[in-house]
Design a protein around this ligand. Sequence first.
Ligand code: CP
Ligand code: NVA
Length: 311
Amino acid sequence: MKKGMDLLSIHALSADDVDEILTFAADLKAKQKAGITHPILAGKTLGMIFEKASTRTRVSFEVGMYQLGGQALFLSSRDLQLGRGEPIKDTARVLSRYLDGIMIRTYGHECIEELARYADIPVINALSDLLHPCQALTDLFTIREYKGKNLAGLKMAYVGDGNNMTHSLMYAAAKVGMNFAVATPEGYEPNAEVVANAKADAAATGATVTITHNPMEAVAGAAVIVTDTWASMGQEAEHDARTAVFRPYQVNWELVAESGDPRCIVMHCLPAYRGEEITEDVFEEFANVIFDEAENRLHVQKAIMALVMGG
Ligand code: CP
Ligand code: NVA
């Protein structure tokens, strides 16, 4: 990845970019575990704009900047003039005069694209309604830790809502040659444009993207099963209606057994809602993987920031 690049979508990265991020993240993780300091971003500042809640993203970006020798500013949209109607394009141009990078979590993906268009510093997508690239790159990193470096030919199954996680995982899998199968209820399928893009990326790496309404079919032969909340941030009012529709898509032991692979792992980006998208017993069985996945946000985002803000 070149210095100054934005990270808005995995689709815009090359397979080499993805490999570079994951390899550098492993190096940074090893350094941090060994207590070797790595002040790659000394003197640099990241602005972190949040229009939605966060535990992992906020803490991992802030701690990550600190470990890289720089600092991070938490900028809630409730406090910024952005929340009172100051245009994104003005916010972008102002912040570019103070900061070395911007991380943003918001609703509409087009807001992140506009911010990136007007900012002349790197912009990192920390979740939009459409995409969550930092999480999906972290998921690839975590899968590599459990399954080895070469992921080509392995199957990833996603069961649940066709949401931001589905989209970014689909892009991530396609870039590394993983076969991706998604099972959602009717009416909750992934975005058609994202599916078309992911299929084009998958064709380049010899992988497949399969969309179904049948969760058993999706998980058959899967090395990795992933799920996410049935009601994402901003969909709280739909929670009860969604719970009724999504019930057959719960990741429980019966579904995990359908993978047929005794080494199959289950992943979840968190926060997890037990008794909804995943059962308590499946969650706890795979807690080591899931909390490694949460930890790895730190290492992967440090690699991204060091590459685009440091160079
Ligand atoms: N997985 C994830 O992005 O978590 P937060 O919403 O807590 O940041
Ligand atoms: N799909 C979830 C992911 C949370 C990290 C949401 O957007 O709320």
